[in-house]
Design a protein around this ligand. Structure first.
Ligand SMILES: NC(=O)c1ccc[n+]([C@@H]2O[C@H](COP(=O)([O-])OP(=O)(O)OC[C@H]3O[C@@H](n4cnc5c(N)ncnc54)[C@H](O)[C@@H]3O)[C@@H](O)[C@H]2O)c1
Ligand SMILES: [Zn+2]
Length: 353
């Protein structure tokens, strides 16, 4: 199968290209090499066809789609960004970009799509109140965070809540511009599928980490901040009290999920999009992650700072049972081994501030 991998020069995209080639597929990369993601141009694997272009460039996408059987859409601006001034760039890359790609696919008759979705579409996730059962707390108030009250309370009675595993049928509640654009990508892909008889799968990735992860920029993930601090000989700075729960999934497991998804999507009913949570199934706190990285790196130990970012959620952990059941996906890199490898592996060059 010949697959167009948008964003194929990026962290996850480049691992997907390797996984596809290992499965005997041909990958074509289309990537704008955004300076925020690539302050230094990445090495281009000689055996892979690369198109240096933006997904918003219809003519370039039309050309890239020639002879392509399926599209694996990873191109996006990621992270929380610097401030709200970034909003037009996020919406442009992620949503205008997706709409342009889908329009080109409709024109070219390419019917199979896998999309890099994200756990951020769920917002604060699933919680249970001892008195009120399942509840969905709203965004945490700045005053609570400033006072060190990090756990969201029950929206009805204020009681302490127990976080649970979210499934794909949970309501979506995007809390920042990036999250809004990731959810809009899914809605656009679902509309495209209905209108064209296309088949789409969104893999809602959890926190992806591993070799090739970009260094600390406002657009990078938390594992990358910690890894970069350690590389400078500094202690990882853990925000809040370190008790935020996440699911850290290794990039090679995410790449193998994409390879399976590209085969599976062709067997699905035309006209639909299905979403699949993609996480290791082994939730950990951010504090545990910092500790594991620091230990594998040989120190220094993390410090818990109590700082916070508005728009961050407290806990978000998902069930990836559907992905395991329907696609037979099995993540292979466990937390301890994955973090130990990441602590010693290379990261991409740091961004120009
Ligand atoms: N890293 C994570 O933890 C995580 C979690 C959930 C979802 N995702 C999603 O996975 C995908 C890949 O993310 P990543 O972590 O590899 O980030 P990345 O920044 O390393 O890769 C994204 C790539 O897309 C390219 N790109 C961005 N906008 C483009 C445009 N308009 N046209 C062409 N290319 C463009 C960038 O140049 C970059 O190479 C994204 O869609 C992201 O939203 C990532
Ligand atoms: Zn309650």
């Amino acid at each position: 199968m010949r697959v167009l991998v948008t964003g194929g020069a990026g962290f996850i995209g480049s691992h997907i290209v390797s996984a596809l080639r290992a499965h005997g597929h041909e990958a074509v990369v289309l990537d704008a090499l955004l300076p925020s993601a690539h302050p230094v141009p990445p090495a281009r694997p000689p055996e892979v066809e690369w198109i240096h272009a933006d997904v918003r460039d219809r003519a370039a996408v039309d050309a890239a789609l020639r002879g392509v059987d399926a599209v694996c859409h990873q191109a996006a601006m990621v992270g929380l960004g610097k401030d709200f001034a970034d909003a037009p760039d996020y919406v442009g890359c992620n949503d205008l970009g997706t709409a342009t790609l889908l329009a080109a696919m409709a024109g070219a008759g390419v019917r199979d799509l896998t999309l890099a979705g994200s756990m951020v579409v769920y917002g604060e996730g699933r919680y249970d109140c001892p008195a009120h059962g399942r509840v969905a707390p709203g965004p945490r108030a700045g005053a609570d965070l400033a006072a060190g009250r990090f756990e969201p309370g029950c929206p009805v009675c204020g009681a302490e809540l127990t976080p649970g595993l979210i499934d794909e049928d949970a309501r979506t509640d995007p809390r920042n511009v990036y999250a809004v654009t990731k959810l809009a990508q899914e809605h656009l892909a679902a509309s495209w599928a209905r209108a064209t008889g296309g088949r789409a799968l969104s893999l809602r990735y959890h926190n992806v980490y591993g070799p090739g992860m970009p260094r600390d920029t406002p657009y990078a993930g938390v594992a990358s901040f910690f890894r970069s601090s350690l590389a400078r000989g500094e202690a990882p700075r853990v925000f809040e009290d370190g008790g935020q729960r996440r699911d850290f999934v290794h990039v090679r497991d995410v790449a193998s999920a994409n390879a399976l998804a590209l085969a599976f999507v062709r067997t699905r009913e035309p006209g639909t999009l299905a979403a699949y949570n993609t996480g290791s199934g082994e939730p950990h706190t951010v504090g545990e992650m910092a500790g594991a990285l620091a230990a594998a790196h040989g120190g220094p130990d993390p410090v818990v700072t109590g700082e916070y970012r508005l728009g961050d959620v407290r806990h978000i952990t998902a069930s990836s049972l559907r992905l395991r059941t329907d696609l037979g996906w099995r993540p292979e890199v466990g937390f301890a081994a994955g973090m130990a490898e990441f602590a010693r592996s290379g990261q991409r060059a740091a961004a120009v501030p």
